[in-house]
Design a protein around this ligand. Structure first.
Ligand SMILES: *Cc1c(COP(=O)(O)O)cnc(C)c1O
Length: 367
């Protein structure tokens, strides 16, 4: 079976280095907010080219904390609106509703799957306070245009960078393209821990200070609480693992690009829609998502041929029971995407034979 993502094999490449790093944490006797977290925050800030990185418990919390901190700073208030793509993973939207702000869903572009810039401006109201672009599947949104709009209407730009570690737009890395960014280091992400982990990056000193406090009970100084904070800390062991894996992220992304380029060049089947690359410089191919009409049959065929595929995602957020109030809304492009998308295996440890076999099997599929 060609696995969709072979995490065991990915992590086995670095196992002795990771074991040493974990051993050092165990021996240090210090397990929360210590040296490894500080070191990772410095390393990841440097990697992204930003002033601040704050380790947090997971990617959802990273986004929640950014919005929460803007509330504490008086920039957002409950009931304000944040623009977000309708076809994102639900976490982007949860971060808004968790803070009692209102998500304004916008259709994506059918070819790039990223938010359709042309549809943003007419939905901006006097309640709109931010745009939350999601660099979906590893491809950066059209940030120049988003930032232009944000400047014009005085909006914050919060990147959901959970799928795009290392992606680049106009020579700047994701995480450094807006006012703040949320990253996830869930094990299957391009930079993955061995448990839950996340981070916020920003160049805003004030925002960084507030998030640093809120992630730790609203307390910068022990037993002195300035905010009604959360417990959303990155732990030392995960930070130690991330410090090892960060060194290899660019290599792994390069291999993903190589595989994607192969797929794009060699897959020739008129019933399959290949993903469109709008920004050749910086795509990091978290997922290689194609579209087919008869998805179930196609997936079944791939399974029979020992190739694992997954669907990202089968149900759009506005059709989820969690957002019952939106179930009657209609986002035809989003719905079409959710009905047709299927993700091919793309992981840095795939062999060339695996890639060739996948291509051959797809090219032989008759609808
Ligand atoms: C994974 C993901 C998140 C959330 O990350 P967790 O670490 O699982 O909380 C947020 N947004 C997007 C787009 C994601 O893919």
């Amino acid at each position: 079976m060609i696995k969709f993502l072979d995490l065991k094999k990915i992590n086995a490449q670095y196992s002795s280095e990771i074991e040493h790093a974990i051993r050092d944490v165990i021996d240090s006797g210090w397990y929360i907010l210590g040296e490894s977290v500080t070191k990772f925050e410095q390393n990841f800030a440097k990697y992204c080219g930003v002033k601040h990185c704050l380790g947090v418990a997971n990617g959802l919390d990273a986004l929640i904390l950014i919005i929460r901190a803007y509330k504490e700073l008086g920039v957002f208030e409950e009931g304000d609106e944040i623009i977000v793509p309708a076809n994102t993973y639900i976490a982007s939207i949860l971060s808004i509703t968790e803070n009692n702000l209102k998500p304004i869903l916008i259709e994506p572009h059918i070819d790039t799957y990223n938010i359709d810039i042309r549809k943003i401006e007419k939905l901006i109201t006097n309640k709109t306070k931010a745009i939350l672009p999601v660099h979906l599947y590893g491809q950066v949104c059209n940030m120049q245009e988003i930032i232009k709009l944000a400047k014009k209407y005085n909006l914050k730009v919060i990147e959901d960078a959970a799928q795009s570690h290392g992606a680049i737009c106009a020579n700047k890395k994701v995480g450094n393209l807006g006012d703040a960014a949320g990253f996830s280091f869930y094990p299957g992400k391009n930079l993955g821990a061995m448990g839950d982990a996340g981070a916020v990056t920003t160049n805003d000193n004030q925002l960084a200070e507030v998030i640093k406090s809120i992630r730790n009970y609203g307390s910068e100084k022990k037993y002195k609480n300035e905010y009604q904070g959360l417990n959303s800390r990155l732990d030392e062991i995960q930070a130690a693992i991330l410090n090892v894996k960060l060194k290899y992220l660019d290599n792994e992304n390069r291999r993903r690009v190589e595989i994607a380029e192969n797929y794009l060049k060699e897959i020739k089947n008129s019933n399959i829609k290949l993903p469109m690359v709008s920004n050749k410089q910086g795509h990091v191919w978290h997922l290689f998502v194609i579209r087919v009409n008869k998805r179930n049959e196609f997936q079944e065929y791939m399974t029979q041929n020992e190739i694992q595929t997954l669907i990202h995602y089968p149900i759009p957020p506005h059709k989820q029971q969690a957002y019952k109030e939106w179930n009657n809304l209609c986002f035809p492009i989003t719905e079409e995407i959710h009905n047709e998308v299927i993700s091919l295996p793309i992981s840095p440890v795939m062999t060339n034979e695996d890639v060739e076999k996948t291509i051959l099997v797809i090219n032989n599929y008759h609808f």
